[in-house]
Design a protein around this ligand. Structure first.
Ligand code: NAP
Length: 230
Protein backbone atom coordinates (compact mmCIF):
# COMPACT_ATOMS: atom_id res chain seq x y z
CA UNK A 1 0.00 0.00 0.00
CA UNK A 2 3.04 2.24 -0.15
CA UNK A 3 2.10 5.57 -1.71
CA UNK A 4 -1.64 5.04 -1.29
CA UNK A 5 -3.84 7.46 0.64
CA UNK A 6 -6.80 6.01 2.54
CA UNK A 7 -9.72 7.60 4.37
CA UNK A 8 -11.23 5.34 7.04
CA UNK A 9 -14.32 6.65 8.83
CA UNK A 10 -15.20 5.67 12.38
CA UNK A 11 -11.53 5.01 13.03
CA UNK A 12 -11.10 6.33 16.57
CA UNK A 13 -11.85 2.82 17.89
CA UNK A 14 -13.20 -0.63 17.02
CA UNK A 15 -13.18 -2.03 13.50
CA UNK A 16 -12.28 1.29 11.86
CA UNK A 17 -9.22 1.78 14.07
CA UNK A 18 -8.03 -1.75 13.27
CA UNK A 19 -8.45 -1.14 9.53
CA UNK A 20 -6.58 2.19 9.77
CA UNK A 21 -3.73 0.57 11.72
CA UNK A 22 -3.51 -2.34 9.27
CA UNK A 23 -3.42 -0.03 6.24
CA UNK A 24 -0.75 2.13 7.92
CA UNK A 25 1.31 -0.98 8.74
CA UNK A 26 1.18 -1.88 5.04
CA UNK A 27 2.58 1.53 4.12
CA UNK A 28 -0.55 3.61 3.39
CA UNK A 29 -1.00 7.16 4.57
CA UNK A 30 -4.29 7.05 6.48
CA UNK A 31 -6.75 9.78 7.40
CA UNK A 32 -8.64 8.75 10.53
CA UNK A 33 -11.79 10.37 11.83
CA UNK A 34 -14.57 10.29 14.39
CA UNK A 35 -16.43 12.85 16.45
CA UNK A 36 -13.88 12.53 19.25
CA UNK A 37 -10.68 12.77 17.23
CA UNK A 38 -8.47 11.15 14.64
CA UNK A 39 -6.62 13.14 11.97
CA UNK A 40 -9.72 15.35 11.77
CA UNK A 41 -12.73 15.31 14.12
CA UNK A 42 -16.06 15.32 12.27
CA UNK A 43 -19.67 14.37 12.87
CA UNK A 44 -20.51 12.58 9.63
CA UNK A 45 -24.22 13.24 10.16
CA UNK A 46 -23.53 16.86 9.19
CA UNK A 47 -24.24 17.48 5.52
CA UNK A 48 -20.84 19.03 4.67
CA UNK A 49 -18.71 16.56 6.67
CA UNK A 50 -17.91 14.26 3.72
CA UNK A 51 -16.74 17.17 1.59
CA UNK A 52 -14.66 18.55 4.48
CA UNK A 53 -13.01 15.16 4.93
CA UNK A 54 -12.14 15.02 1.24
CA UNK A 55 -10.82 18.61 1.27
CA UNK A 56 -8.68 17.85 4.33
CA UNK A 57 -7.22 14.72 2.72
CA UNK A 58 -6.43 16.48 -0.56
CA UNK A 59 -4.81 19.42 1.27
CA UNK A 60 -2.64 17.04 3.29
CA UNK A 61 -1.79 14.30 0.79
CA UNK A 62 -2.95 15.52 -2.65
CA UNK A 63 -4.76 12.32 -3.64
CA UNK A 64 -7.28 9.70 -2.48
CA UNK A 65 -6.90 5.99 -3.29
CA UNK A 66 -9.16 4.25 -0.77
CA UNK A 67 -12.33 5.19 1.10
CA UNK A 68 -13.59 2.86 3.81
CA UNK A 69 -17.10 3.81 4.95
CA UNK A 70 -17.12 2.21 8.38
CA UNK A 71 -18.70 4.71 10.81
CA UNK A 72 -22.05 3.50 12.10
CA UNK A 73 -24.05 3.50 15.30
CA UNK A 74 -27.60 2.25 14.83
CA UNK A 75 -29.85 1.78 17.84
CA UNK A 76 -31.12 -1.66 18.73
CA UNK A 77 -34.38 -2.32 20.52
CA UNK A 78 -38.05 -3.22 20.29
CA UNK A 79 -39.56 -1.87 17.07
CA UNK A 80 -42.47 -0.27 18.93
CA UNK A 81 -40.07 1.70 21.13
CA UNK A 82 -37.91 3.08 18.31
CA UNK A 83 -38.82 6.59 17.17
CA UNK A 84 -38.62 8.39 13.83
CA UNK A 85 -35.62 10.22 15.25
CA UNK A 86 -33.85 6.91 16.00
CA UNK A 87 -34.36 5.73 12.41
CA UNK A 88 -33.33 9.11 10.96
CA UNK A 89 -30.20 9.15 13.12
CA UNK A 90 -29.17 5.65 12.03
CA UNK A 91 -29.54 6.56 8.37
CA UNK A 92 -27.96 10.02 8.84
CA UNK A 93 -24.61 8.55 9.86
CA UNK A 94 -24.18 5.16 8.29
CA UNK A 95 -26.12 5.66 5.04
CA UNK A 96 -26.13 9.38 4.18
CA UNK A 97 -22.68 9.94 5.72
CA UNK A 98 -21.32 7.22 3.43
CA UNK A 99 -23.23 8.51 0.39
CA UNK A 100 -21.93 12.05 0.81
CA UNK A 101 -18.32 11.04 1.45
CA UNK A 102 -18.31 8.63 -1.48
CA UNK A 103 -19.85 11.25 -3.80
CA UNK A 104 -17.27 13.86 -2.77
CA UNK A 105 -14.36 11.41 -3.10
CA UNK A 106 -15.49 9.72 -6.33
CA UNK A 107 -13.78 12.07 -8.87
CA UNK A 108 -10.50 11.61 -6.99
CA UNK A 109 -10.94 7.82 -6.79
CA UNK A 110 -11.65 7.85 -10.52
CA UNK A 111 -8.38 9.71 -11.08
CA UNK A 112 -6.38 7.26 -8.92
CA UNK A 113 -8.18 4.07 -9.98
CA UNK A 114 -9.09 3.67 -6.34
CA UNK A 115 -11.38 1.60 -4.12
CA UNK A 116 -14.49 2.11 -2.00
CA UNK A 117 -15.30 -0.36 0.76
CA UNK A 118 -18.50 -0.31 2.80
CA UNK A 119 -18.44 -1.97 6.22
CA UNK A 120 -22.07 -3.02 6.32
CA UNK A 121 -23.14 -5.90 8.59
CA UNK A 122 -24.64 -9.39 8.59
CA UNK A 123 -27.97 -7.84 9.67
CA UNK A 124 -28.31 -6.47 6.14
CA UNK A 125 -28.87 -9.99 4.81
CA UNK A 126 -30.38 -11.57 7.92
CA UNK A 127 -32.80 -9.09 9.50
CA UNK A 128 -33.89 -9.37 13.12
CA UNK A 129 -36.69 -7.84 15.20
CA UNK A 130 -34.22 -6.22 17.62
CA UNK A 131 -32.18 -4.72 14.79
CA UNK A 132 -34.74 -3.07 12.50
CA UNK A 133 -32.71 0.12 12.02
CA UNK A 134 -29.29 -1.48 11.58
CA UNK A 135 -30.64 -4.20 9.30
CA UNK A 136 -32.39 -1.64 7.08
CA UNK A 137 -29.36 0.65 6.89
CA UNK A 138 -27.04 -2.26 6.10
CA UNK A 139 -29.38 -3.59 3.41
CA UNK A 140 -29.47 -0.11 1.85
CA UNK A 141 -25.67 -0.06 1.80
CA UNK A 142 -25.55 -3.45 0.08
CA UNK A 143 -27.84 -2.09 -2.63
CA UNK A 144 -25.69 1.03 -2.94
CA UNK A 145 -22.60 -1.19 -3.27
CA UNK A 146 -24.06 -3.04 -6.24
CA UNK A 147 -25.20 0.21 -7.87
CA UNK A 148 -21.86 1.97 -7.44
CA UNK A 149 -20.00 -1.14 -8.60
CA UNK A 150 -21.74 -0.74 -11.95
CA UNK A 151 -20.59 2.88 -12.13
CA UNK A 152 -17.16 1.75 -10.97
CA UNK A 153 -16.75 -0.53 -13.98
CA UNK A 154 -16.79 2.44 -16.35
CA UNK A 155 -14.97 4.80 -13.96
CA UNK A 156 -12.28 2.33 -12.88
CA UNK A 157 -13.24 2.44 -9.19
CA UNK A 158 -13.45 -0.82 -7.23
CA UNK A 159 -16.54 -1.05 -4.96
CA UNK A 160 -17.27 -3.80 -2.41
CA UNK A 161 -18.96 -4.39 0.93
CA UNK A 162 -18.00 -6.51 3.93
CA UNK A 163 -20.66 -7.83 6.29
CA UNK A 164 -19.08 -8.38 9.69
CA UNK A 165 -20.87 -10.74 12.05
CA UNK A 166 -20.46 -10.20 15.77
CA UNK A 167 -17.05 -8.61 16.31
CA UNK A 168 -15.43 -7.94 19.69
CA UNK A 169 -15.73 -4.13 20.06
CA UNK A 170 -17.18 -1.77 22.66
CA UNK A 171 -20.48 -2.01 20.79
CA UNK A 172 -20.52 -5.81 21.19
CA UNK A 173 -19.67 -5.57 24.90
CA UNK A 174 -22.88 -3.61 25.48
CA UNK A 175 -24.74 -6.69 24.29
CA UNK A 176 -22.59 -9.63 25.47
CA UNK A 177 -21.25 -8.58 28.86
CA UNK A 178 -19.68 -11.76 30.24
CA UNK A 179 -17.70 -14.75 28.88
CA UNK A 180 -20.77 -16.87 29.67
CA UNK A 181 -23.01 -14.65 27.54
CA UNK A 182 -20.46 -14.80 24.72
CA UNK A 183 -20.31 -18.61 24.92
CA UNK A 184 -24.11 -18.86 24.88
CA UNK A 185 -24.26 -16.54 21.86
CA UNK A 186 -21.68 -18.61 19.94
CA UNK A 187 -23.55 -21.82 20.74
CA UNK A 188 -27.04 -20.51 19.99
CA UNK A 189 -26.08 -18.70 16.76
CA UNK A 190 -24.07 -21.70 15.54
CA UNK A 191 -21.01 -19.62 14.71
CA UNK A 192 -17.36 -20.62 14.97
CA UNK A 193 -16.46 -17.83 17.41
CA UNK A 194 -16.78 -14.11 18.12
CA UNK A 195 -14.86 -12.17 15.47
CA UNK A 196 -11.88 -9.93 16.22
CA UNK A 197 -11.36 -6.50 14.68
CA UNK A 198 -8.20 -7.89 13.05
CA UNK A 199 -10.33 -10.38 11.07
CA UNK A 200 -12.11 -7.49 9.34
CA UNK A 201 -8.95 -5.40 8.96
CA UNK A 202 -7.08 -8.25 7.24
CA UNK A 203 -9.97 -8.82 4.85
CA UNK A 204 -10.25 -5.10 4.08
CA UNK A 205 -6.52 -4.94 3.33
CA UNK A 206 -6.79 -7.89 0.94
CA UNK A 207 -9.84 -6.51 -0.89
CA UNK A 208 -8.15 -3.18 -1.71
CA UNK A 209 -4.79 -4.81 -2.57
CA UNK A 210 -3.75 -5.57 -6.14
CA UNK A 211 -4.54 -9.26 -5.52
CA UNK A 212 -8.07 -8.39 -4.39
CA UNK A 213 -8.88 -6.24 -7.38
CA UNK A 214 -11.10 -8.77 -9.16
CA UNK A 215 -13.51 -8.55 -6.21
CA UNK A 216 -16.03 -6.03 -7.47
CA UNK A 217 -19.62 -5.49 -6.35
CA UNK A 218 -18.96 -8.31 -3.88
CA UNK A 219 -20.95 -8.51 -0.64
CA UNK A 220 -18.61 -10.51 1.55
CA UNK A 221 -19.79 -12.13 4.80
CA UNK A 222 -17.08 -12.25 7.47
CA UNK A 223 -19.19 -13.69 10.25
CA UNK A 224 -18.00 -17.10 11.43
CA UNK A 225 -20.91 -18.74 9.64
CA UNK A 226 -23.69 -16.55 11.06
CA UNK A 227 -25.36 -16.09 7.66
CA UNK A 228 -27.13 -19.37 6.94
CA UNK A 229 -28.72 -18.46 3.62
CA UNK A 230 -27.08 -18.69 0.18
N1 NAP B 1 -18.95 -4.74 16.10
C1 NAP B 1 -19.78 -5.56 15.46
O1 NAP B 1 -20.11 -6.64 15.93
C2 NAP B 1 -20.32 -5.15 14.10
C3 NAP B 1 -21.07 -6.10 13.39
C4 NAP B 1 -21.57 -5.77 12.15
C5 NAP B 1 -21.33 -4.50 11.62
N2 NAP B 1 -20.60 -3.60 12.34
C6 NAP B 1 -20.39 -2.27 11.75
O2 NAP B 1 -19.02 -1.95 11.74
C7 NAP B 1 -18.86 -0.55 11.92
C8 NAP B 1 -17.91 -0.29 13.08
O3 NAP B 1 -18.46 -0.90 14.23
P1 NAP B 1 -17.67 -0.93 15.62
O4 NAP B 1 -18.26 -2.03 16.41
O5 NAP B 1 -16.21 -0.88 15.38
O6 NAP B 1 -18.18 0.45 16.25
P2 NAP B 1 -17.59 1.33 17.45
O7 NAP B 1 -16.53 0.60 18.19
O8 NAP B 1 -18.79 1.84 18.19
O9 NAP B 1 -16.91 2.55 16.65
C9 NAP B 1 -17.70 3.39 15.89
C10 NAP B 1 -16.84 4.43 15.23
O10 NAP B 1 -17.69 5.35 14.53
C11 NAP B 1 -17.44 6.67 14.99
N3 NAP B 1 -18.67 7.46 14.99
C12 NAP B 1 -19.80 7.21 15.72
N4 NAP B 1 -20.70 8.17 15.49
C13 NAP B 1 -20.13 9.04 14.61
C14 NAP B 1 -20.57 10.24 13.99
N5 NAP B 1 -21.79 10.75 14.22
N6 NAP B 1 -19.73 10.87 13.13
C15 NAP B 1 -18.50 10.36 12.87
N7 NAP B 1 -18.03 9.23 13.43
C16 NAP B 1 -18.85 8.58 14.29
C17 NAP B 1 -16.87 6.50 16.38
O11 NAP B 1 -16.04 7.58 16.71
P3 NAP B 1 -16.48 8.73 17.77
O12 NAP B 1 -17.10 8.05 18.94
O13 NAP B 1 -15.18 9.41 18.04
O14 NAP B 1 -17.44 9.59 17.00
C18 NAP B 1 -16.03 5.24 16.23
O15 NAP B 1 -14.77 5.56 15.69
C19 NAP B 1 -20.25 0.04 12.16
O16 NAP B 1 -20.76 0.57 10.95
C20 NAP B 1 -21.06 -1.18 12.57
O17 NAP B 1 -22.42 -1.06 12.23
C21 NAP B 1 -20.09 -3.89 13.57
Amino acid sequence: MTGKVAIVTGSTKGIGLAIAERFAAEGARVVTTGRSGGSIALDLRESDAGQRLVDYTLAKFGRIDIVVNNAGATKRGDFLDLTDADFADGFALKYFGAVRLTRAAWPHLKRSGGSVLFISGSGGRTPGAQFTIGGSVNAALLSLTKALAELGVSDGVQVNAVNPGTIRTERMKLRLKTPQEEAAFVRDSKVTRIGEVGDIAALAAFIVSAEGRFLHGSLIDADGGATKTI
